[in-house]
Design a protein around this ligand. Sequence first.
Ligand code: CO8
Length: 262
Amino acid sequence: MSFENIIFKIENNIATILFNRPKALNALNNALFDELDSALDMVEKNTDIRVLILTGTGEKAFVAGADISELSNMNPLQAKFFSRKGQKIFSKIEALPIPAIAAVNGFALGGGSEAALACDFIYASEKAIFGLPEITLGLIPGFGGTQRLARLVGNNLAKELVFTGKNIKADKALEYGIINKICAHENLMDEVLKTANLIAAKGRVALRAAKEVIQNGTAVDLETGCRIENDGFGIAMVSEDAKEGTSAFLEKRKPVFKGQLN
Ligand code: CO8
């Protein structure tokens, strides 16, 4: 399948999706969402892919939000469906069986911040700007941003950012715990790839279990979370990757993980 609004590539077991509408600062419209949805299905089905990276083309933006010109022509019902479409697609990123990293290379506003928040973690360029400015348009975030931000930084800080709609620079995003790392702009992809390669060398079954356990376990009380961890541990333990990992340690060699689901 050929894409116009995103670029999709796979190299060394790492898939990269680039938002690719640079003239509109990679704003999210229906056509882009349809392509992103298809690309995510391809990522999910391809068991050779160990990590997904999301980033933007051009020098200025990761994603500057939902496409305001398309949005302004929608009737309320179309806008509600568009919001649900974005929510479902971002939930698909969150539910991928592999880690997803956002490489935020510039503006990540509105839907852009919401896309990054749906990833497992975020590395950002020193030029990155985050924000949920929807309130300034008379709107509220509609792609899961109110929910994911509040869960990440707490209700009060999320409310301040959503109520004011103010933009924050990468250093504030780091201070608030929204991003894991600030990188020199020109080194962003190298830094992200370094971490992606470290992850890609690990066992697929264990990665999936770790991701699911952290996501599902932190949504419930600690005791239930520990039980979820216990189930995830059991699944990892019966995998071929676990046999390979433990044997490789004892044989003093590097493991070669195949990610077989048995
Ligand atoms: N949608 C459409 N076009 C955009 C968007 C956008 N979100 N952002 C930028 N563009 C376009 C501009 O219109 C401009 O196009 P043109 O050259 O044809 O005039 C081009 O990109 C370059 O932008 P600027 O000239 O404005 O570039 P600047 O460097 O001066 O400013 C900014 C960059 C600060 C990022 C500025 O463009 C801006 O404020 N953009 C809008 C940011 C915003 O408000 N984002 C939130 C959008 S709403 C949203 O995301 C809601 C999500 C939930 C929706 C739920 C569905 C109903």
